[in-house]
Design a binder for this molecule. Structure first.
Ligand SMILES: [Fe+2]
Length: 189
């Protein structure tokens, strides 16, 4: 664990202040990741163009609503643990380990390809965080696993657009949003 500025004055029963701080630190990066995801999904909602515009535009708003609810639950869990949640844009940019979403105005299939990469990253981070807190705090583990039920469903909603009748993903092997967008587009040409 990285060094922490200060220990909480109190935390949830049976955890030590140090354990509460460790769990809160794990949650803080998930708060940043999901705040970023909610903004990214709205950015796509506004910038998607071309055939299938309305399907993707309308698919994304319920995802935004669900992710914002997850953000609120994470921030309030951090506070419950006795730590102070950080929710400012500057704090997200300073702490994040990923880049800004890389597409602007683009077709539905391009954005869906890129969103496959976005969800891949967010879900991997959330699964790692759930494992990291598993021994320390069952309640936080349960919170994160609950989010994964929805996040992995939303990931499938995206991937179903990229899947062939044989079950293969057009984005397979891509490691960047732009490559995934390109592969997704090529598959439909
Ligand atoms: Fe809208």
């Amino acid at each position: 664990m990285a060094t922490r500025k200060q220990l909480p004055k109190y935390t949830v029963p049976t955890l030590t202040p140090d354990e509460g701080a460790q769990v809160a630190e794990v949650l803080q990066l998930r708060l940043h990741a999901l705040n970023d995801l909610a903004l990214t999904l709205k950015h796509v909602h506004w910038n998607v163009v071309g055939p299938h515009f309305i399907a993707v535009h309308e698919m994304l708003d319920p995802q935004v609503d669900a992710v914002r609810a997850m953000v609120d639950a994470i921030a309030e869990r951090i506070a419950t643990l006795g730590a102070a949640p950080s929710g400012t844009p500057g704090a997200i940019v300073a702490a994040r380990t990923w880049n800004d979403y890389s597409l602007g105005r683009a077709t539905a299939i391009s954005h869906l390809g890129a969103l496959d990469e976005v969800y891949q990253g967010v879900i991997t981070g959330h699964r790692t965080a759930a494992t990291d807190v598993e021994e320390l705090d069952d309640v936080t583990n349960d919170l994160l696993v609950g989010h994964l039920h929805e996040l992995e469903l939303f990931h499938w909603f995206v991937r179903a657009h990229l899947e062939s009748a044989g079950g293969a993903l057009s984005t397979a092997g891509a490691t960047t949003e732009k490559d995934a967008a390109q592969q997704a587009t090529s598959a439909t040409e």
